[in-house]
Structures are given as C-alpha cells and as structure tokens.
Design a binder for this molecule. Structure first.
Ligand code: SF4
Ligand code: SF4
Length: 446
C-alpha cells in the first residue's frame, strides 16, 4: 500500500507577497551552497569587494572538469572581508564561511535594472549566463545542485521534458506557492528560458488544485509558449509526497496514458521549481547574480510570518527580528519544512541559496533522537517505494552493526523522499543518515 501524509493547511490568512528584508550589516557566506561541493575562497581578510563580485568557486584541482558546473558564490553586499570563519550551516553541518562587513555603494540594489533582450541568445549562452550567476536548482528540499550540473545530467537524453512544480514539496512550507502567486510573470519567463536551455520537447506544469492556473496566464505568456507543447498536472499539494520527481512522473504517465516507466521520465527530464525559475529570470533578464533568496519565515514563536527577500548570508537572528522578534521561548528552528527539514540550534546560522523556509517553533523534541531505539515495526520498509531497508542502514551507521554490502550499496537508490523518517514511531532520522552515508560513499569514490 502506498503511504501518504495528509497535511492540513492551518493557514487562514496566507502571505500574499514578498517583503524585502532589512540590509544586514554583516553577512556570513558558507563556502558550500550545494551538495557534495565546497568552494574555495578567492578573497582574503581585508579585501574590498563589490556587490555581485565572485568571492568563491570550486577548485579544478579538487573536482577536475566537474568544477566548471558548480555554482559560483558572489558577494551579496559591497564591503570589506572580515575573515574566513567556522560556522553552522543550515543543513546541520559545520564549515567555513566568508564574513563581509557592509561598506561602499551597491551595484544592483536600489538601481533601476534594464531588461536584457535574450531572444537572440543561443541555449549555450543562456546556460552560461545562468551558471555565471551562481544559480542552483532547489526542486528537492533534501538535495541541491548547481543548475548547470542538473542540465548536464540530461544533456544526452532523448525526449527531454521540463517539469515545473509551482507548489512546495513539503506542505508545511509556503515558499513556492506564494512566489507563484506574486511572481507568476517572472516564473513563466524563467520556464521559457529553461526550456530553451534544456532543449525540451514539452513543458509539464504541476500546479496545486486550489489554484486557477488557466486564468493566471496573460496573452503574451500564451504567445511565448505557443511553439512548445504544454501539459498541466493538477496535484493535491496538501498531500506528501505529491511533488517529488517520482510522484510527478507517475501523474504524468497516468494523465497521458503512457506505457513508459516513471524511472525513464525521472532520468530523462529536468525537474525544477518556482524559486529556481525566479533566479533564472533574474540572471538572464536582469543580469543579476544570485545574491538574494526568498525565504518563507513562520512559527508560533514569531510575532509575524512573511515571505522575505533576504541577502544570502543573513543570520536567522536578523530574519527573526524582522518578523517582529520572539513572542515565546524558542524551542527549535526547522529549515526547509517539518517533514524533511533539518533542525538547527544556532540563531547565528546564515541563510544559503538552498534555504527556502525557516520555522521558529516553541516545540522541542519530546525525545532525544540519539537514544531512541528501533522498535522493529517495519514501517520504514513498508513505506519505502524503492524497497530499501532504512532500519538496517541506520543500525549500520549509528551502532556499527555488520550488514551485507548490498544494503550499503542500496543507499544510491534513495530518493530522499523522507517517508521512512516521517513514519518512524521512534522518530529516527533515517533519511538524513542515509543521505550522509551516500555522501560518504560519493566522497570515497572520487
Ligand atoms: S528517504 Fe530513501 S529510504 Fe527513506 S523512504 Fe524515501 S527512498 Fe526509502
Ligand atoms: S520505522 Fe523506525 S522503529 Fe520502525 S523499523 Fe523502521 S527504524 Fe525501526
């Protein structure tokens, strides 16, 4: 039986628009902004940097040719490099970060941006523009990679399609859903640009059934997409999982009554989201590097919730302050949703390109995950659609249990859907542990 989580939207008054965040006096920019890659700083303490200047990039010596596709990191504010320090990342890890003190004048912020006419750009030029802007693909809330690296994965596939999810993968978040309402025009242009880059033969738009998508298209958008077939997938965005690669591929196959396997669709298509499409628009049309992100901020600790447009590197503390500060004692901070998100404990944690939501909640875990035990109920195995045994892999990583090599290798098949963790009565962080083991295997293979 397929297992799903029904998430009741409790929000009677959803946020309607984006609020521009306060300008931080300092920003802390983690050197790792996507899975499996750590960039190297190309600035040093005391250097003056301009807004939008590249301050870190992947090393060719470390990553070889793959370094070319890794997203560059830009200074989101002009200022002076205070140094390179250790910091807590929003994915729960620790690492190095570049600290910048604001000074000097802005190159983009507050300036009237002219709009580029990209109609004469070749797909390669468009991809280079997006890549140079440091755009990453935030389709999945559990794994993030540079836009260019994801494009390259389907480069040699036949029958490529572009799947866009206009709602949040995790129903406890409201980032993509709100962005779709407020920035529909930008998102549609981003979709058009991405379809050219990937050279797809069809665009598939996954939208929440509560929205009236047809009425959102204006005439010029209809004209823009005239030459590319479009398919609309209506999805129940209150159900998890409804917006992962697997679920969207299956919905597409069902709607089109195709004989194809969902694995074929997943492998050969480019999957992305509203947030990424806004960044593609900014990169190509406004010629701006990725230096701000849209973060949905909520939680019962805060005075107010908001969709904030903030500089990469802004601290969680500054973000909470802009939402009116705390009205009750902070229990924990959850990054990127309640189902698959990560709990972090430092308010000094800075936002990175992959942060889409931050929840400041008064609830603390009523259990200590490190001492919870497996009850051998088997739920994690029964919900795993790829047939993994998360309990066995967890035992291997956490307790050092001796297990067959096949279990270790099976982590490569994990889609990070998070259903095992969400259904575990002991609340063991199964998906996270599997992800860590997979990253370790990846590092060892390099
Ligand atoms: S996160 Fe991985 S192991 Fe867990 S249910 Fe999903 S695919 Fe299976
Ligand atoms: S769901 Fe949790 S408690 Fe049940 S078998 Fe899996 S790991 Fe153990």
């Amino acid at each position: 039986m397929e297992m799903q989580i029904k998430y009741a939207k409790k929000d009677k008054y959803p946020v309607q628009e984006i609020t521009t965040g306060f300008l931080p006096r300092t920003v802390t920019i983690p050197l790792s902004q996507e899975d499996n890659f750590v960039c190297e700083s190309i600035v040093k303490e005391g250097d003056e940097v301009k807004e939008g200047q590249v301050i870190a990039e992947a090393s060719r010596e470390v990553y070889g040719a793959r370094a070319f596709g890794v997203a560059k990191i830009h200074a989101p504010i002009p200022g002076k490099i205070l140094g390179i320090k250790n910091c807590s990342y929003p994915n729960g890890k620790q690492g190095k970060a570049i600290e910048i003190l604001l000074s000097g004048s802005f190159s983009y912020l507050g300036k009237q941006q002219s709009q580029a006419d990209f109609s004469t750009y070749s797909p390669a030029m468009l991809l280079k523009t997006v890549s140079d802007a440091g755009v990453i693909n935030t389709f999945s809330t559990t794994s993030y990679s540079a836009f260019e690296l994801d494009v390259n994965k389907i480069k040699n596939e036949q029958n490529k399609k572009l799947f866009i999810r206009l709602f949040d993968e995790d129903p406890s978040c409201d980032t993509d859903t709100t962005l779709t309402r407020s920035d529909f025009d930008k998102i549609m242009t981003g979709i058009y640009i991405t379809s050219k880059i990937c050279d797809v033969n069809e665009i598939v738009i996954a939208y929440p059934k509560s929205s009236n998508l047809e009425t959102m298209f204006n005439l010029s958008q209809k004209e823009m997409f005239e030459s590319i077939p479009m398919t609309f997938l209506e999805c129940d965005s209150n159900i998890y999982p409804a917006g992962g690669k697997r679920e969207l591929s299956i919905s597409y196959i069902k709607q089109k009554k195709l004989a194809a396997s969902f694995e074929d669709i997943m492998r050969s298509c480019f999957f992305t989201d509203s947030s990424t499409m806004v960044h593609v628009y900014d990169a190509v049309v406004l010629k701006m590097p990725l230096e701000t992100i849209n973060v949905f901020v909520d939680g019962d600790c805060l005075q107010a919730k908001a969709l904030l447009k903030v500089c990469v590197g802004t601290s969680f503390k500054a973000i909470a302050k802009q939402c009116g500060g705390f009205v009750r004692k902070l229990g924990k901070i959850i990054v990127n949703g309640e189902i698959n998100g990560v709990a972090v404990n430092s308010l000094d944690t800075p936002v990175t390109k992959y942060v889409k939501s931050i929840t400041f909640t008064s609830h603390e875990d009523s259990f200590d995950r490190s001492v919870s035990i497996c009850l051998r109920c088997g739920r994690c195995r029964s919900v795993c659609k790829t047939g993994l045994s998360p309990d066995i892999i967890f035992a291997k990583v956490i307790t050092g249990a001796v297990v067959d090599e096949a279990y270790i290798q099976s982590v490569d098949l994990c889609t990070q859907c998070g259903l095992c963790s969400a259904n575990c009565p002991s609340k063991l962080p199964l998906a996270k542990v599997i992800k860590l083991l997979r990253e370790e295997r990846y590092q060892n293979e390099k």
